[in-house]
Design a protein around this ligand. Structure first.
Ligand SMILES: NC(=O)c1ccc[n+]([C@@H]2O[C@H](COP(=O)([O-])OP(=O)(O)OC[C@H]3O[C@@H](n4cnc5c(N)ncnc54)[C@H](OP(=O)(O)O)[C@@H]3O)[C@@H](O)[C@H]2O)c1
Length: 246
């Protein structure tokens, strides 16, 4: 099983890369991981180094996932270097922090940019890896969405809408890519660099979790591993937020 993790060198993506690299197959061998980055080369290199130090196999690949050509080149390079792709985690994403009621600031340009980054990128990656995923013993895609889709409260309206569209893509691809499975995780607030400069606000919001503790990147990675290893789950959403949105 070769896994591709977009945005795999930072935050949630790094935790997912390390968790998947540590998964052992029936023969005891680990799974190679392609750590995909677009700007954060040092973080990707550090993630690869950590995986190798733990005995795993990983390589960093640079690609802008909003660019279809680049993504097709990425998947070809991964196949060449690490073998056919059987797990794809579409984790790369981004936002604009705009107060929800500032309607004029949430213009078409922001909607289009975030749709391309948070939705179309996952489509590019799934399509470019589709042949490998379908041919794998248990091909699997996990999209990283957001719990903001259920509450409607997130960093901006275009962000929530782009992640809601990703949910539609998840269910549609579960049909289109079968027998490969396609699921999504919805993290609640997780204190990554996403919250840089707004840590206090993030901590206050995270305190709303009914389990009484913050949701961590490892909590999200554990759910991704569960979806990858449980062969009968497809087209589903798992919320990982300690009850922040319950
Ligand atoms: N933290 C939260 O509270 C939270 C909550 C719900 C959902 N999420 C979701 O979790 C995912 C990861 O976020 P995070 O919190 O871990 O923050 P993060 O560390 O900023 O992760 C975002 C990742 O996306 C990559 N990326 C962005 N644009 C890209 C592009 N055009 N091409 C390739 N890679 C690109 C970044 O890599 P480069 O720096 O190399 O570009 C980075 O590794 C996102 O999809 C986000 O929407 C986060």
């Amino acid at each position: 099983m070769t896994a591709v993790v977009t945005g795999g060198g930072t935050g949630i993506g790094r935790a997912v890369s390390e968790a998947l690299a540590g998964l052992r197959g029936p023969d005891g061998a680990g799974h190679p991981v392609a750590v995909v980055y677009s700007r954060s080369a040092d973080d990707a290199a550090a993630t690869v180094a950590a995986i190798r130090a733990a005995g795993g196999t990983a390589e960093a690949f640079r690609a802008d996932v909003t660019d279809d050509e680049a993504v097709r080149g990425l998947m070809a390079a991964v196949r060449d270097r690490l073998g056919p792709v059987s797990v794809l985690v579409n984790n790369a994403g981004g936002t604009e922090h705009i107060p929800l009621d500032d309607l004029e600031a949430e213009d078409d340009e922001v909607f289009e940019r975030l749709f391309r980054l948070n939705t179309l990128s996952a489509w590019h990656c799934a399509r470019a890896a589709a042949a490998d995923l379908r041919a794998a013993d248990d091909g699997c895609v996990v999209n990283v969405g957001s719990a903001s889709v259920s509450s409607g409260r997130g960093s901006s309206v275009p962000y929530v809408v782009s992640k809601a569209a990703l949910s539609g893509l998840t269910r549609s691809l579960a049909n289109a890519l079968a027998p490969a499975r396609v699921n999504e995780v919805w993290p609640g607030l997780v204190l990554t660099r996403w919250w840089a400069g707004k840590e206090e606000q993030g901590r206050a919001l995270a305190a709303n979790a009914i389990v009484g503790r913050e949701t961590t990147v490892d909590d999200v990675a554990a759910a991704v591993v569960g979806l990858v290893t449980s062969r009968a789950i497809t087209g589903q959403t798992i919320t990982i937020d300690g009850g922040q949105t319950l």
